[in-house]
Design a protein around this ligand. Structure first.
Ligand code: ADP
Ligand code: G6P
Length: 737
């Protein structure tokens, strides 16, 4: 039976070994682990990750115990040593990626050693994943610690379905571009077939970086990448709603003796004075969570509205996290000092304004806190999602309580019935706290009902289900779109036999995008020595003619390829240079229209930086490869509208190539030219290789027996496809070897 393999840095449980060698396990904290736990529980899959114990602490005996503990939970360990933890985990993951992706550029450290370790540890994960993955399995990789893993797995196992989900924000291009390893990171992520983000904003930032940094073609939310189409989408992660709701319902039925110590203290506090209210915040102690801002805003609230002194208490639960990273240590110090300052300033004999806990708590105590608090105050300065907000909602079974939520969280995009605040605006937070504690019950109910409707509908099960379904669809859709076939080794042999036979054959070879890769400047695509030799080898095959058929002009083709024993066709089929003879025109064409159209295109060049006008003898082209992709897309629509109206009632036609549009006579096409040449000798065999629209005319007009090959995965009339100019060259090598 096919299985789902979840992969993340941390497993859902953290194993610990005490000094006497006793092995214990406790649940991991953090949104990823708590959210995915229920998905894993309900599947027959496995979860691969780090156990929590470093190699140096593993004796044979301890390792056996650790493995037993995690295998009980259907988990498999990736072994990490102290160096890995220092450089990959505390280093690159948490001193580079985490701050950068949360817009803390000033905290971001780029260190070569961290990066190398990150690559190495991603490889360690890849080895374990590859060893576990079987035909038909689905691999679901999670989060920023493993951004290189999708490509590493895809390389070894191209047919396996890989999904990737990022649990933190993807920053805007302007931030991401500062990152030295930006290209490698994007290429690593693009190993996945489906990439998921919590919100549309993160998705859009990612696509913008892909377009600008990798210059890839993006169509809505699909990326064309070599032979693959990768889908990108947003899936806002939910929680195990029933688990929290049922726990809250159970909690209501507790008898006095069943209550926890914390609950008893909370009850006592509520009993002390009528009308006292409790405000709750829960987070990992992380600088992204806006903890100091929250304390300062609460201080400001007490100063601005002194009537709430002795009436309101802030309960702050901060879970220790990444305490070896200096910024977390500083944050701990700052938080302690701020709590001390506020408590020192405002406390009375019977009242301390902030109760501050710095520890993890068992699930039951979280429920105590959620159910006893009138307000949840969640103020991150940046947060991918924030599940605590959703957990608070799920536990409010009496439909009361108020959620105050930072608009910098992913969750705020869905939870607009919460009171949304800007975490940097203390005045606004103070006023919103007042609004929250004074909110009439009816309004609480109206808002809470709406919030519960959303959070209960889009639970973590639903989230995971939609992600996995979408991943299945990516594979299916790809199969539906592409009619052309990959070339099997059997076919290669067949073609090789044709090449070696005494029958006549002609090969029509497009140049740019087929024999050579695209360059940012069209004039840089000069043929290399390797290509020239390959072409010569092809011409040495018996009874074989080679025709290089290009949109380039005669001059360029002469300079670049004139010394080779081949025929040349220029300007998409206007002129023809039969091997060893003189250029002749295949068509007689007028060119007077050019002087009218050039000023129009020049205007677009002026207002679209990075675009180029190329004037050829019989055509004019506008190249936009180097332009900002989004601006170019907009201008393309405009220029097409202008040029289409210009060509009505003329015999001109507008062709769209790869990041270029070209205006030329409709009497000219590579289809007409190649057919004319074919008809001269009526060859026994025809090969046609090309990559864009202009080549489709060849595939269409040449005789049915043509062995046609398209570079790239797009809808095509060609019979076969390859992925890149590099593969075209190997295909041609195979024909002559
Ligand atoms: P992050 O993923 O950045 O830590 P989230 O709010 O998305 O933030 O997720 C935090 C998760 O950790 C929640 O599911 C919450 O219940 C859990 N959690 C928070 N504090 C504790 C704690 N003290 N003990 C146990 N689990 C906790
Ligand atoms: C966030 C991240 C997770 C991470 C968790 C806890 O939720 O998105 O990937 O596991 O924080 O952090 P830690 O560094 O302790 O694993």
């Amino acid at each position: 039976m096919n299985k789902t393999i979840i992969v993340s840095n941390r497993l859902p449980l953290q194993v610990q070994v005490n000094e006497s060698g006793k092995v214990t396990a406790k649940p991991s904290v953090g949104g990823l682990a708590t959210g995915m736990k229920s998905v894993h529980r309900d599947s027959n899959g496995i979860w691969i990750g780090w156990s929590g114990v470093k190699d140096e602490d593993l004796t044979l005996e301890i390792e056996t115990k650790v493995n037993q503990a995690i295998e009980k939970e259907q988990c498999i360990a990736v072994k990490l040593n102290e160096n890995d933890l220092d450089n990959y985990y505390y280093g690159f993951s948490n001193r580079t990626l985490w701050p950068l992706f949360h817009y803390f550029l000033e905290y971001t450290e780029f260190d070569k050693g961290y990066w190398e370790s990150y690559v190495e540890v991603n490889k360690k994960f890849a080895e374990v994943v590859i060893a576990q993955a079987e035909e038909g399995d689905t691999i679901w990789i999670h989060d920023y610690q493993l951004l290189l893993l999708p490509a590493m797995v895809k390389e070894k196992n191209p047919n396996v379905s890989i999904g990737f989900f990022l649990h933190i924000p993807f920053p805007s291009y302007e931030i991401f571009r500062t990152f030295p390893a930006r290209k490698e990171i994007l290429e690593g992520m693009l190993g996945a077939d489906l990439l998921g983000f919590h919100t549309y904003d993160y998705e859009r930032h990612f696509l913008s970086s892909v377009k600008r940094i990798l210059s890839l073609e993006v169509n809505f939310n699909e990326i064309s990448y070599g032979n693959r189409i990768i889908k990108v989408d947003s899936f806002p992660m939910g929680i195990d709603y029933d688990k929290f709701k049922n726990a809250a319902l159970q909690h209501q039925k507790q008898t006095e003796v069943e209550k926890s110590e914390i609950q008893k203290r909370l009850d006592q506090h509520l009993k002390e004075e009528a009308g006292v209210k409790m405000i709750l915040s829960i987070d990992r102690l992380d600088y992204t969570k806006g903890i100091p801002n929250r304390i300062r805003a609460f201080e400001f609230f007490l100063k601005k509205y002194p009537q709430f002194k002795e009436k309101i208490r802030l309960i702050m639960l901060a879970v220790p996290s990444r305490s070896e990273v200096p910024q977390y240590q500083l944050l701990k110090k700052e938080t302690d000092e701020l709590v001390g300052r506020v408590n020192g300033e405002f406390s009375t004999v019977s009242w301390t304004p902030i109760w501050y806990f710095y520890r993890t708590m068992p699930f039951e105590n979280l429920i105590d806190l959620y159910t006893s608090s009138d307000v949840a105050l969640i103020t991150p300065v940046r947060d991918g999602m924030n599940l605590v907000a959703k957990e608070y909602i799920a536990t409010r079974t009496k439909e009361d309580g108020v959620l105050v939520l930072s608009e910098m969280t992913g969750a705020s995009k869905e939870l607009d019935d919460a009171l949304l605040i800007n975490p940097y605006n203390f005045g606004e937070i103070a006023n919103t706290i007042k609004q929250a504690v004074e909110m009439p019950k009816e309004e609480q109910k109206r808002r809470m009902k709406a919030l519960q409707k959303r959070v209960s509908r889009y639970s973590v099960e639903k989230w995971a289900g939609e992600f996995i379904n979408s991943l299945k669809n990516v594979k299916q859709n790809l199969a539906d779109v592409i009619d052309a076939q990959a070339i099997t080794s059997q076919k290669t042999n067949e073609f090789k036999n044709i090449m070696q036979s005494k029958e006549s054959k002609v090969l029509f070879l497009d140049y740019d995008g087929t024999l050579v890769s695209f360059q940012k400047n069209p004039q840089d695509a000069i043929p290399d020595e390797e290509l020239k030799q390959l072409i010569v080898q092809l011409t040495e095959q018996p009874y074989t003619d080679i025709v290089i058929i290009s949109g380039r002009d005669k001059k360029t083709l002469n300079t670049w390829l004139g010394d080779l024993p081949v025929s040349l066709v220029s300007d998409h089929g206007v002129s023809y240079l039969p091997k060893g003879k003189e250029w002749k025109n295949l068509e007689t064409l007028k060119t007077d229209w050019k002087e009218n159209v050039i000023p129009v295109i020049e205007k677009f060049v002026d207002n679209t930086p990075g675009t180029i006008l190329e004037e050829k003898k019989f055509s004019v082209a506008w190249h936009y490869r180097k332009a900002d992709p989004e601006l170019a897309q907009r201008r393309l629509v405009e220029i097409k509208t202008v040029l289409t109206s210009f060509i009505s009632n003329t015999d001109l036609t507008l062709l769209e190539g790869n990041k270029v549009i070209e205006l030329k006579s409709s009497k000219v096409s590579k289809g007409r030219a190649s057919s004319l040449i074919y008809n001269e000798k009526k060859y026994d065999h025809v090969f046609a290789l090309g990559d864009d629209w202009t080549d489709e005319f060849m595939f269409e007009d040449l005789p049915e027996k043509t062995i046609s090959l398209k570079v790239g995965l797009n809808k095509t009339k060609a019979k076969y496809y390859v992925n890149s100019p590099k593969e075209v060259r190997s295909f041609l090598y195979n024909l002559v070897s």
